[in-house]
Design a binder for this molecule. Structure first.
Ligand code: ADP
Ligand code: MG
Length: 262
């Protein structure tokens, strides 16, 4: 029977920051999954697309343009909840459209590894696979081959950071996918790392605060200039150990979601 492990871990850590809604959803998921397992109403096994230090990313079984992010630790769970809540608040309070900048959130889904989150998959040019991460594709050669495009994409991203109401907490090169637009241009799309951790700026997102935070981050990070970003990505690729130790484990058993949800 697919993964029971998650539910055991989940019940041990139930006391952490779980909201009431989350607990109710988790409870309902458990029931629905038990019924689905009995009546063989599960999806096909989900295909793994990516790994982070808090979440795994799977292909959505019913839609090529979506993926399912499954938290594997408390950090991943908190991150998903925060991002979802935060982006909805920004859309509501600031009427700001974030569609082209941050992958869209569609809500929760029940999986055999616990609650997953359905999000827009940032697609590569083939319209099927995932777009590459910034550190995977910003090589010195790629930069040389289309410097103008990279400069425009970088400037466009930085300008957005300095005008959006969103706090970009962790604009790291593994939290940005590089999307190729139909006209050949490049766009940086955030897939992770949005929303401040402090309660006040999280629940009361003030634009000026976001601008200040994002500017400060840019000034002390690899995003200080495009040249700096290129060499940062180069160093990262050369570092074999990069990120590897902290990546979450992949379940040994296949992961499923409810077939009715797909
Ligand atoms: N919306 C998305 N579109 C395409 N790939 C994604 C998306 N979200 C996540 N991924 C892939 O999954 C990996 C882990 O996702 P991420 O959200 O960064 O998790 P974590 O919170 O663990 O860092 C990414 O490095 C990327 O390869
Ligand atoms: Mg990440």
């Amino acid at each position: 029977m697919p993964a029971k492990s998650y539910w055991n871990i989940q019940s041990k850590t139930q006391g952490d920051a779980n909201t009431v809604i989350e607990s109710l959803y988790t409870y309902r998921c458990k029931e629905r999954l038990a019924r689905a397992i009995e009546s063989a109403d599960l999806s096909e096994p989900l295909r793994l697309l990516g790994r982070g230090s808090g979440r795994l990313c799977y292909q959505h079984p019913g839609d090529q343009a979506l993926c399912i992010k499954i938290p594997r630790n408390a950090r991943g769970r908190n991150e998903s909840r925060r991002e979802y809540r935060y982006i909805r608040l920004i859309n509501l309070l600031h009427k700001e459209s974030t569609e082209n900048r941050v992958s869209r959130f569609y809500g929760r889904i029940c999986t055999t590894e616990g609650v997953g989150w359905v999000v827009e998959k940032v697609l590569a040019e083939d319209g099927v696979s995932i777009a590459p991460l910034l550190h995977e594709c910003l090589t010195p050669m790629a930069f040389e081959q289309e410097e103008e495009n990279w400069r425009r994409a970088f400037q466009d991203f930085m300008n957005w950071c300095f005008t959006t109401a969103i706090v970009v907490r962790d604009a790291s090169v593994n939290n940005i996918c590089v999307k190729r637009l139909p006209d050949g241009q490049i766009r940086f799309v955030l897939i992770d790392g949005i929303g401040p951790k402090g309660s006040l700026p999280q629940w009361l997102p003030i634009k000026r605060y976001a601008h200040k935070r994002n500017r400060m981050h840019a000034e002390v990070s690899e995003f200080i200039s495009l040249e700096n970003l290129v060499s940062f990505c180069e160093k990262l690729r050369a570092n074999q150990q990069f990120h590897r130790d902290s990546l979450v484990s992949v379940p040994e058993e296949p992961v499923y979601c409810l077939a009715s949800a797909s």
